[in-house]
Structure formats: C-alpha cells, structure tokens
Design a protein around this ligand. Structure first.
Ligand code: NAD
Length: 428
C-alpha cells in the first residue's frame, strides 16, 4: 500500500426507514399509473407478517432466544419468493421493505412469483458453525408454517449461503418425511441446486450495466467502476464486469476498501480475498479507503452491493459517478433519488439491476419441480434474455412517462401486479 486516504464518516442522521422508502416509491408509481384507490391500499401494505422468538442451544449449554421474521408482501402472481438475511440490524420494517421490493422485482422480470423476505437478528460472525446450524434449523422449523414449494420459497441473502439453504431444505424434508428440494433455492448442486445460481445476481448486474452503457453510448473500456460490498453479489459483479472490459478501480467490504485508479487485478484480488477473508491488504491497491470515500470517488459507474441507505440527502450531492447500478436492495433514499435526477445521474434501480438472482432461482425451482436439470450455458442465455428484455421494457416506460428508470420499473411491475389483482377479484 502506497498511502492511506480515509474520508471521515459523516455525522450520521438516523438512517431512513426502508419500509417508508418502499411505500414512498410505490405511492409515486401509483400516482403515475393513476391506480384505483382500492388496489393502491391493497398493494402498499404487506399481506402477512410473521414474527418468531425461538430458542437455540449454544455450545456452552446456555439457551439464547433469537427473533426472526418471514414476511409475505404479495401472492397474487404465484408463490412468494425472497431471501433470508442474518444481520444484527435486521428489523421488521427492513424485512417488510425487502418483501415488497421482491414483489416488484419478480413482476419486472415477469416471473410467476409474489414477494417475500425473511431475516434473523443475529451476528453470524459471533456464532460457531454448530450454533449457526441450530439457529437455521430451528428458524426453518418455525417458518415451516409458511414456506414450501407451492407457497413461499426462500433463498440466500446477506450472511446466508448455500449451506444455510441446505440446512433449511433438510429441516423441511425431515418434517415431511421425504426430500423437498423445491422448498428453497440457492442450494448446493448435490441436492437440487442450479448451475449458475451462485453467480446469477452478479451476472445480472453485468448484463444490466452493459445494457445501460449501450443506451448511454459508453464503451466499457472507457468506464471506471467502484463496487461497495464484496460478498456474493459484489465479488461476482467485479469479476464479470472486469471480464467485459470495465476497469474496476475500487472495492470494499465491511472492513474497509481499496483503490487503484489504474485498475485492480480482479482475479488476483479474488484470490487474496479468498485467502484472508477481506479486500484490505491487497498488494495491487495503491490506497486504502473507507466505505464512505469509495462512494465519492471520481468513477464512471458505482455499484452498491452491500446494504440499504448508502445514498442520502447528506452525500448524494457529492457522488461523482454518472451511473449507479443498484446491486444492493434499497441503497438510495427518495431524497437522494431526487438529487440524482436533478444532477443527471442515471440510477438503474435494485428491482431491475439485481433481479438476476431471483431469475435463476426461478429456473432452480422449475428444475426441482421437474427433476430435470439444465446446462449452465442454457441458464446464462435465458438469464441474459430476461434481463435484457426487462431493461428494454423499463427504459421504454421511463421514456413514455418522462420519468426515472426506477419509476419506469415500478410502473411495469405495479401494473402487472395490479392487473392480476383486479382480474382475480377480491375474495370472498
Ligand atoms: P453477502 O453477505 O454475500 O455480502 C455482503 C457484503 O457487504 C460483504 O462483502 C460485507 O463485508 C459487505 N458489507 C456489509 N456491511 C457493509 C457496510 N456497512 N459497508 C460496506 N460493506 C459492507 O451478501 P450478498 O448476497 O452479496 O448481498 C449484498 C446485497 O445484494 C444485499 O443488499 C442483498 O439484499 C442484495 N441481493 C442479493 C442477492 C443474492 O442473490 N445474494 C440477490 C439480490 C439482491
């Protein structure tokens, strides 16, 4: 490392409530669509909120009680679909927002799913592997009232992975007495996972970034990219964007970030991260930077791939990127969105940009139901087609309504769900 440049974290205002953000976004789209007030009332709330307080035996023999949630926002177009997150900051409102965003994401890509999300308030870094397995199995058992191939299908999210999904699938299968692989997606291949699923969200981010650059007339070789978050989504996005000729100059994780204005050697960085578990200390970087500083770097493209509320009233005016591709869910507050629109910063919204994961989750579910598995090349080709078509439809609606890509995506999604709700009618 040649030098160390650290921007100070700003004096933080209280972070925006993600559910209020999600409802404000929905309200804006409902107004553009002149949605019927009754439908509007139905769609701006989640349908089911399920809270569980459950005991887990720790390795030292103590019993600890954890709180978890499974929320289903909408089931009109098919079973609910959405990940499970383990994080100390998980809250009911965060999970409600993530569930609502899942409904719109599945509708933007026209997948036959509704939206759901789950979370457990915990710090997995402080749990042993056995404690994590106990927690996962007990949480799966608690939410088994809701989940299953026909009703609600979880997948990985922040701090959960293939192993987590394998434990959930096994728990549900043990309770049933037979294997139910289609109960979760993002599983290991050996138990009905899909080729291409681990990389799917990052692959979708790459496809969408190429589409956006194509519309803007940009050459990838001329574009520098900074990526916040180097987990499943961020690291694959970095790898695939690098392969497409973009210059990845900065990345970060929860421990901090690294920067090299000449471009990072991404394959070497992936090897470094796999070895030491963080990006800091990578020999190919010229500076260590904070997460705050990473967002404000002079780059062409910014890819937030960590958590919500990264762009707010406080920092939106200082963002120098011309294009933001939201790999994370909910990184932009409505106030920041307004500032980006005024400043001409193009934002590809989360419900489009990170929909690659749920798209291949859909393929995994279909393969499990049919017990018939596809080649990775076929999966990647289908994923690319779905993402490109969704981008095109969103772009057309944004142009038609003279609005942002976020509102274009919302108009497409909300109309699909509203039409399905109207034609089904209100029970009874
Ligand atoms: P992950 O747990 O694999 O990785 C999260 C990354 O963010 C890690 O590198 C972590 O160190 C970093 N991070 C955590 N807190 C941070 C902070 N305060 N500042 C900077 N970095 C921080 O999670 P993931 O699956 O890659 O998910 C990342 C985002 O993408 C989330 O918003 C998630 O909801 C969204 N997403 C994930 C998928 C998926 O298929 N996994 C699909 C769609 C959307």
């Amino acid at each position: 490392m040649a030098s160390s440049v650290l921007a100070q974290p700003s004096a933080a205002a209280a972070p925006a409530n993600p559910y209020i953000t999600a409802q404000r976004q929905f309200d804006q789209a409902a107004s553009i669509l002149e949605l019927d007030p009754g439908l509007r009332a139905v769609l701006r709330e989640v349908r089911r909120e399920f809270t569980v307080n459950f005991p887990v035996r720790m390795d030292d023999g103590r019993i600890r009680v954890f709180t978890g949630y499974r929320i289903q926002h909408n089931l009109t177009r098919g079973p609910a679909k959405g990940g499970i997150r383990y994080h100390p900051q998980v809250s009911l409102d965060e999970v409600k927002a993530l569930a609502m965003w899942m409904t719109w994401k599945c509708a933007v890509t026209n997948l036959p799913f509704g939206g759901a999300k789950g979370g457990v308030i915990c710090d997995p870094a402080l749990l042993t592997p056995r404690e994590l397995e106990n927690l996962t199995r007990r949480f799966a058992s608690e939410i088994s009232l809701l989940i299953g191939p026909e009703s609600d299908i979880p997948a990985p999210d922040v701090n959960t992975n293939q192993q987590t999904m394998a434990w959930i699938m096994d728990t549900i299968s043990m309770e049933k007495g037979y294997s139910v692989p289609a109960t979760v997606t993002g599983k290991p291949l050996s138990i009905g996972g899909s080729q291409g699923r681990p990389a799917a969200t990052g692959r979708g981010v790459m496809v969408i970034t190429l589409e956006a650059c194509g519309r803007l007339g940009w050459d990838p070789a001329e574009c520098s990219v900074a990526i916040q978050g180097f987990g499943n989504v961020g690291s694959v996005s970095a790898d695939l964007l690098n392969s497409e000729g973009f210059k990845v100059v900065a990345v970060s994780d929860v421990f901090g970030g690294i920067y090299n204005p000449q471009g990072l050697d991404v394959p070497a960085l992936l090897a470094h991260q796999a070895k030491v578990g963080r990006v800091a200390g990578f020999a190919g970087a010229t500076q260590e930077i904070s997460n705050t500083a990473l967002l404000e770097l002079p780059v062409t493209i910014l890819v937030p791939a960590a958590l919500e509320n990264q762009f707010s009233l406080e920092n939106a005016g200082r963002i120098q990127a011309k294009l933001i591709v939201e790999a994370a869910n909910g990184p932009t507050t409505p106030e920041a969105d307004d500032i980006f629109q005024q400043r001409g910063v193009v934002v590809v919204p989360d419900i489009l940009a990170n929909a690659g994961g749920v798209t291949v989750s859909y393929f995994e579910w279909v393969q499990d139901l049919q017990s018939f598995f596809w080649e990775e090349s076929e999966i990647n080709a289908r994923l690319t087609r779905i993402m490109q078509r969704a981008y095109q439809q969103v772009d057309e609606l944004a142009t038609q309504h003279r609005t942002t890509l976020r509102m274009g995506a919302y108009c497409l999604a909300v109309k699909r769900v509203a039409d399905a709700t109207a034609v089904r009618g209100i029970y009874p």
